[in-house]
Design a protein around this ligand. Structure first.
Ligand code: PEP
Ligand code: MN
Length: 479
């Protein structure tokens, strides 16, 4: 593929579409998409530009990236309780990182649009029936009798995303992120006394530091504040993301805006940007950040074609099957001008495979001169099926991939810029966290998995297990 080939929001349609969804009624689909095209953007170009700028700081080792949330959101979980639990965990996690690493944290949630899922097989066996696989709430239903793709679900996804984002914005502008109310982030239920104590110690320390700054007349020191200033979604910076899988939907929300008015004034210019006169740019206004999944990153495929034309910062999943040359060719396509902050590589090899691949990928990218942010997804290469048939992940294996990743980056004169996690702060009605991953400081056993297994997709770390990971990273970067 040539990067000079003309691009339009629909040019992906002439390429082969991995993970394509076949709708039985194409007229119905067109009608829904025409409606979505008229609906307002969910996020703005200036927010997207701000994220690009902040990611360029991550790339320069001046900030750390936390990308986290559900494997898949569901329409039913669009509630105050669920949304505030997710945001609370992201805030708690980032606070621990800020405290340890003394670096601002860029927070990107897998939220307000993370509905579609790629599948390894088109169909699945349920009982003695072979039915279409569940592809996420924006495509079909989890109920085996509701598996026909329904275009109305795309419209419903738009409205659920809007409602979620609206609630996130209102939580963050009404003091939810304030350090004076960290118990609002649902820490109350953390049963491990040592974990609670460690977290409370950090919060007390930060509150003291902020009080001190206020007393001496400095509003807030940059390494202590949650947001790095008045943020994008309310008073702290918070960004949304999802896998850019359903290209019809992504196209319908791709809008042209003049670039000059949107680009962040402090954004570093691309080294060879001069000859390009970009009068307008295409922004995907459904989320600040989108990523290409490991199953849809074919160089000549529809997803790469779509992604190369949007101005948003993007992620690319990098697994064991990614060739070294292939990775550089992909970077050439999606970031021909080698702009900082544009591409985040999300590595997800598996604890047993990372040693075979990461160092080679790092050195090839270094030689290519492509500026990238490397973040570790220690979840997707480490999924297994428990004896009882539940999909799970072992906390120890997750930590093993993460620590290998930190070590390999250090040995290759590179730096891990962030993490990508599937976690949830959600509690059940009795106030207990989910039981989907094994181990952690709560020592969750195989027998306990079934107790509160709520994910209908991949298993997520619960609140305590997530804080365990946060402390591990925070201690590693402690200054
Ligand atoms: C995911 O992030 O939920 C996912 C499906 O990841 P991957 O594309 O890396 O398998
Ligand atoms: Mn997943």
């Amino acid at each position: 593929m040539s990067t000079t080939e003309s691009w339009s929001p629909s040019s992906w349609r002439s390429k082969s579409i991995a993970q394509d969804v076949e709708y039985p009624d194409l007229k119905h689909l067109s009608k829904v998409l025409a409606k979505i095209e008229t609906l307002p953007p969910l996020v703005t170009p200036s927010e997207i530009e701000r994220l690009r700028y902040q990611l360029s700081l991550v790339q320069r080792n001046e900030a750390f990236l936390l990308h986290a949330g559900d494997c898949a959101e569901s329409f039913d979980a669009c509630t105050h309780e669920s949304i505030s639990a997710k945001i609370g965990l992201i805030l708690s996690f980032s606070l621990i990182l800020i405290w340890g690493a003394r670096l601002p944290v860029v927070r990107i949630g897998r939220i307000a649009g993370q509905y579609a899922k790629p599948r390894s097989s088109k169909t699945e066996k349920i009982g003695d029936r072979e039915v279409l696989s569940f592809r996420g709430d924006n495509v079909n239903g989890l109920d085996p009798n509701d598996r026909t793709p329904d275009p109305d679900r795309l419209l419903s996804a738009y409205f659920h995303s809007t409602t979620t984002l609206n609630h996130v914005r209102s939580l963050l502008t009404s003091g939810f992120a304030s350090l004076h109310h960290p118990s609002d982030w649902s820490l109350n239920h953390v049963r491990s006394p040592s974990l609670r104590k460690e977290f409370e110690h950090i919060v007390d320390g930060l509150s003291d530091a902020l009080d001190f700054s206020r007393t001496i007349g400095v509003e807030s020191g940059p390494s202590f504040e949650l947001g790095g200033g008045r943020g994008t979604v309310g008073e702290v910076d918070f960004y949304t993301s999802h896998e850019g899988l359903m290209l019809e939907y992504e196209q319908a929300l791709t809008r042209a805006f003049p670039l000059s008015s949107a680009a962040h004034p402090k954004a570093p210019a691309a080294p060879n940007a001069a000859p390009i006169q970009r009068l307008k740019a295409f922004y995907n206004t459904s989320a600040h950040f989108l990523w290409i999944g490991d199953r849809t990153r074919q160089l000549t495929g529809a997803h790469v074609e779509y992604f190369r034309g949007i101005r948003n910062p993007i992620g690319v999943k990098v697994g064991p099957s990614m060739g070294k040359e292939e990775l550089v060719r992909l970077l050439d396509i999606v970031n021909p001008l080698k702009e900082a902050g544009r591409v985040t590589l999300i590595t997800r090899y598996g604890a047993g495979k990372i040693e075979d691949h990461l160092a080679g990928h790092i050195s090839t990218v270094q030689q290519s001169g492509h500026p990238v942010i490397w973040i570790c997804d220690p979840m997707h290469g480490n999924t297994l099926t428990s004896a009882s048939g539940l999909k799970t992940r072992n906390f120890g294996t997750i930590i093993s991939e993460l620590t290998s990743c930190l070590k390999i980056h250090a040995a290759c004169n590179s730096r891990l810029g962030g993490v990508s996690l599937e976690f949830t702060g959600e509690l059940n009605e009795e106030g207990f966290s989910v039981t989907e991953c094994l181990g952690g400081s709560m020592e969750l056993s195989e027998e306990q998995l079934g107790l509160r297994y709520q994910s209908f997709c991949d298993p997520r770390l619960n609140f305590e297990q997530s804080l365990d990971v946060a402390f591990l990273i925070s201690n590693y970067f402690k200054k």
